[in-house]
Design a protein around this ligand. Structure first.
Ligand SMILES: Nc1ncnc2c1ncn2[C@@H]1O[C@H](COP(=O)(O)OP(=O)(O)OP(=O)(O)O)[C@@H](O)[C@H]1O
Ligand SMILES: [Mg+2]
Length: 257
């Protein structure tokens, strides 16, 4: 498997604070790659740089062999890199179905009137997009709530709706920022199965930020660990979990203490 995403010497400074310092790693096509680390380690900032929401202070990101560092978020999303957010970002007043439908629409630059007055082909595209959005809502288990406003969904459902919305962009790479936050054990297990299932079904590559270490160890073949913005370990889950620097970062004590 070749690298679909290559991060090289990536850094981000906020004023005097180094949120991410000289981080390099590669993600292979088709894998589920775990990114872990204590609070404030720089995980979300790294995702923000991968998706164009934060401009790197230094370093590069290559996606599908192309340098995307500093590109606009919409351009990166259209290339096939989609994400969910740690702080869920849905259109609360909009229906479940429209939350999945509208972003794709916006990115395609389609006019809202195109479907009504436009050509036969634009109407057909519109119908296909609608069918795809419905299928994705079904896939995340919200088929019975197509017309419910997103804001009135329970928390776990909103997290799944965000994943459906990201999938509507037909991504090649899906970035999930703490998708299991606030879920109970059973919900986390369901989510793990779901992530594996969509990876297989859509041929995705997945980057997963997650605090729940057993979940990451169960899902990921490669794991990278950030601490105070620095990459302190990367590799297979077993090796990473046994790494003294990782144990120290998580427990705040030297491994042999
Ligand atoms: N826009 C910003 N301006 C200034 N500082 C920021 C900004 N965004 C993040 N930081 C700082 O950068 C550091 C890394 O934050 P980041 O949110 O990337 O961590 P994280 O690993 O995602 O943490 P968590 O597990 O709590 O989500 C923190 O010290 C944070 O306060
Ligand atoms: Mg974060």
């Amino acid at each position: 498997m070749s690298a679909i995403l290559a991060v090289e010497s990536l850094s981000k400074a906020f004023g005097g604070l180094m949120a991410v310092t000289d981080v390099s790693f590669e993600v292979r096509e088709g894998e589920i790659f775990g990114l872990i680390g204590p609070n404030g380690a720089g995980k979300t900032t790294l995702f923000n740089m991968l998706t164009g929401l934060a401009k790197p202070t230094a370093g590069t990101v290559h996606f599908l062999g192309q340098d995307i560092s500093g590109k606009a978020p919409a351009a990166i999303a259209l290339m096939g890199l989609a994400r969910t957010f740690q702080n869920i970002r849905l259109f609360g007043g909009m229906s479940v179905l429209d939350n999945v439908r509208v972003p794709r629409h916006a990115l395609d630059g389609a006019s809202l009137w195109g479907g009504v007055f436009g050509s036969a082909s634009s109407r057909r595209r519109e119908r296909e997009a609608l069918a795809q959005a419905r299928a994705l809502v079904e896939l995340v288990g919200l088929g019975g709530r197509m017309d419910t406003p997103a804001a009135s969904l329970p928390y776990g459902d909103r997290r799944r709706l965000e994943i459906a919305r990201a999938l509507a962009l037909s991504p090649k790479v899906l970035l999930l920022d703490e998708p299991a936050a606030g879920m109970n054990h059973a919900e986390k297990q369901d989510l793990s199965r779901f992530i594996r299932d969509i990876r297989d079904r859509f041929g995705l590559t997945v980057l997963l930020i997650e605090h729940n270490v057993p979940m990451v160890m169960g899902l990921c073949r490669s794991v990278a660990v950030l601490n105070f913005g620095q990459l302190i370990a990367k590799g297979e889950p077993e090796a990473v979990q046994a790494d003294p620097a990782v144990i120290e970062a998580y427990l705040g004590v030297a491994a042999d203490a």
